[in-house]
Design a protein around this ligand. Structure first.
Ligand code: NAP
Ligand code: MG
Length: 384
């Protein structure tokens, strides 16, 4: 369904108004299968070359999808391939609309979560032990150092995890790039009072990378703060938002779902992949919305929310405009976003938003009606 909406968005809201060359890669599951997934890599290379990409949600095939589409194999997630190629970090950013209030009363502006997506418990070795076991760590280098960790005398578990300077530095750089791009304060949180070396390592690298960009922070009027993770959690609830919160892998996994739920609907959540060297790929945070697609195939109208997909386009268009110094292009992106927000705030919304609306609205519209209403508002704004 995401792909069906994508086409409507392009045809109704983008192409009639904007004459920009677009280099297109078909990441549909059939074409990825046909090209042995080379098309995904080519699209990643194009983002590297052109600096900005916009991506529609794609199927990450499981066993069922392999049968349904008669695939050669269960291809990897395109997002994982593109992220690995660009060495990027994914940021999730909610779209704030006045009549869809967040569950946390103080939140007025988006809270963006940046999650480090390498290492820690996600690439750890873990093991159960039983009886008298002495756990030691042996570093195989020229010194062959040995560390005694624990002497077990019964059942227990242990885990060995790691991270690398290269990965943490890339993460810090991507967070700094995105905070500057969005002109929001940057927070980084960890627990370096307990994990002085491991978490301390992250804290040091963040401080070091921020120091290098000190002037950019000053020029953009934004600040950097380090928090202990528990303090950050308490502060974020009291804050009004407008923050990029950089989290280590596990904390980012948990906090991104907490913040997404706090802001209401997946249909209002965008996602941006930012590389340490400043390439940007914009998309909606939701998937292909498969259940709605099966309804659409039966000829039924669906009320799938296109907002996050429209904002993926406006994000990419605005970034392109900034890179080219083209104020008309930037203005178009601003107006299209405004047209979407005006539509929802006037009470015209899709089914996912209706139960969240304050004041309540008595009916929801289908996707095409929503897009047409946005188009009407966009036309008004463009005439001004
Ligand atoms: P999903 O597509 O995000 O949809 C899950 C449910 O969330 C939908 O059934 C719908 O609930 C609701 N929803 C999501 N987006 C919505 C929108 N724009 N408007 C209204 N409701 C919305 O997740 P999924 O069903 O788990 O995944 C489907 C496929 O997408 C999978 O192949 C998965 O691999 C892929 N995926 C891709 C990406 C990506 O490319 N970035 C991300 C996530 C998942 P109701 O049915 O209750 O209305
Ligand atoms: Mg999670």
């Amino acid at each position: 369904m995401a792909r069906v909406m994508w086409k409507w968005i392009k045809e109704e809201l983008i192409f009639p108004y904007l004459d920009i060359p677009i280099i297109y890669f078909d990441l549909g599951i059939e074409n990825r299968d046909r090209t042995d997934d080379m098309v995904t890599l080519e699209s990643a290379k194009a983002i590297k070359e052109y600096k900005v990409g916009v991506k529609c949600a794609t199927i990450t095939p499981d066993e069922e999808r392999v049968k349904e589409y008669n695939l050669k194999k269960a291809w990897k997630s395109p997002n994982a391939t593109i992220r690995a190629y660009l060495d990027g970090t994914v940021f999730r950013k909610p779209i704030v609309v006045k009549n869809i209030p967040p569950f946390v009363r103080t939140w007025k502006k988006p809270i963006i979560i940046g999650r480090h997506a390498y290492g820690d418990i996600y690439n750890a070795f873990e093991c159960k032990v039983e009886g008298n076991v002495s756990l030691e760590v042996n570093l195989k280098n020229s010194e062959n150092k040995n560390f005694s960790v624990h002497n077990f005398d019964g059942k227990g578990v242990f885990m060995v995890m790691h991270n690398t300077e290269k990965s943490v530095r890339s993460f810090a750089k991507s967070c700094i790039n995105y905070a500057l791009s969005e002109k929001v304060d940057l927070w980084f949180s960890a627990k370096d009072t307990i994990s002085k070396i491991y978490h301390g390592f992250f804290k040091e690298i963040f401080r070091d990378e921020v120091e290098k960009r000190k002037k950019d922070f000053e020029d953009n009027g934004i600040s950097y703060k380090y928090f202990l993770i528990d303090d950050a959690v308490a502060q974020i609830i009291k804050s009004e938002g407008g923050i990029l919160w950089a989290c280590m892998n596990y904390e980012g996994d948990v906090m991104s779902d907490m913040v997404a739920a706090g802001f209401g609907s997946l249909g209002l959540m965008t996602s941006v992949l930012v590389s340490p060297s400043g390439e940007y790929e914009y998309e909606a945070a939701h998937g292909t919305v498969r259940r709605h697609y099966y309804e659409y195939l039966k000829g039924n109208k669906t009320s799938t929310n296109p907002t996050a997909s429209i904002f993926a386009w406006t994000g990419g268009i605005r970034k392109r405009g900034e890179l080219d110094g083209d104020s008309d292009v930037i203005e178009f992106a601003d107006k299209l976003e405004k047209a979407v927000i005006m539509t929802i705030e006037s009470g015209i919304m899709t089914k996912d938003l209706q139960p969240l609306a304050v004041p309540p609205v008595d009916k929801y519209v289908d996707t095409e009606t929503f897009i047409n209403s946005v188009k009407k508002n966009l036309k008004k704004l463009l005439e001004k």
